[in-house]
Design a protein around this ligand. Sequence first.
Ligand code: GLY
Length: 347
Amino acid sequence: MHYLHVFALSLSASLFAEASLPLVINTWPFQDATAAAWSALQRGESVLDAVETGCATCEREQCDGSVGYGGSPDETGETTLDAMIMNGDSMEVGAVADLRRVKNAISVARAVMEHTTHTLLVGEMASVFAQNMGFKAEDLTTNTSKSIFAKWLGQNCQPNFRKNVSPDPRTSCGPYKPSVEVKRMDEQNHTRLDVHSHDTIGMVVIGRNRSVAAGTSTNGARHKVPGYKPILTVRVGDSPIAGAGSYADSTVGGAAATGDGDVMMRFLPSFLAVELMRRGIDPASACKAALTRIKTYYPGFFGAVICANIQGEYGAACNRVPGFSQFSYMVSTPLTNNPLLKKVDCF
Ligand code: GLY
């Protein structure tokens, strides 16, 4: 009887997987990205191709101003890009951070994975690598990024990411010097940027054969801190970091994160969610548990995670903060017909 029961359960799970795979899931209502990834799968392309095509669509469309060129200028007004892609069959990862002058960050990340034995290339090294691989060099600045930057300068560089410096970063622009006294600041009370200053497209694709790939692409945090000498560098967030931005393991599933990368990357939420799913926890609960870990230390952080397993189940979770009570994400499976907008209430 017991064996029959187990057999019936595993049969129904595999029938569900049969019916609900392949699957595309991505953060935010970036429908064209979902549709592009789905079309790639319908053409018989791989899950990696689908992730690349989906994220590249957002880069071209400058989704929400937070993906691709012309968004999130740093303190000098420049836009820089972060992206990663992960192959859940081989556990290979390719990533770029602080990519300059090249628009198609997700494809450069894939080139890192396929044409080097490295995992992450950063800054000038990433940009020169991209150009050597045939990617076009162009200016990532647009009138929009110029005007975001001008407005920020006009309001005394508020908000910004500085602390324990002088002059007071809450009222003044730099240049800043370290304060003599370093105070432990409650980051919750520090002026935070609005929720759209930190968005990322994060995508997980699971094929009919249960291969999993995941990826992210973002222009990072608006007004992030740069370094000046000897060469320009800039703050890098969670998106290009495996386990933080996204994670894929074809024996389990995948996860991807969006939100305040400075806080979230301290907890590797995508990795944690996949590990929880490995233990049999359903995707929505795994996403929630990964965020609960962060919430213990930073109750006011802004962030969300999407999760999917190789049984074709999926879910998402988000941390409730003022102005962010619901998180939208997209899903496409044989059961949804078209990219379907899903919403989850934040907890
Ligand atoms: N999650 C995007 C970033 O903080 O860079």
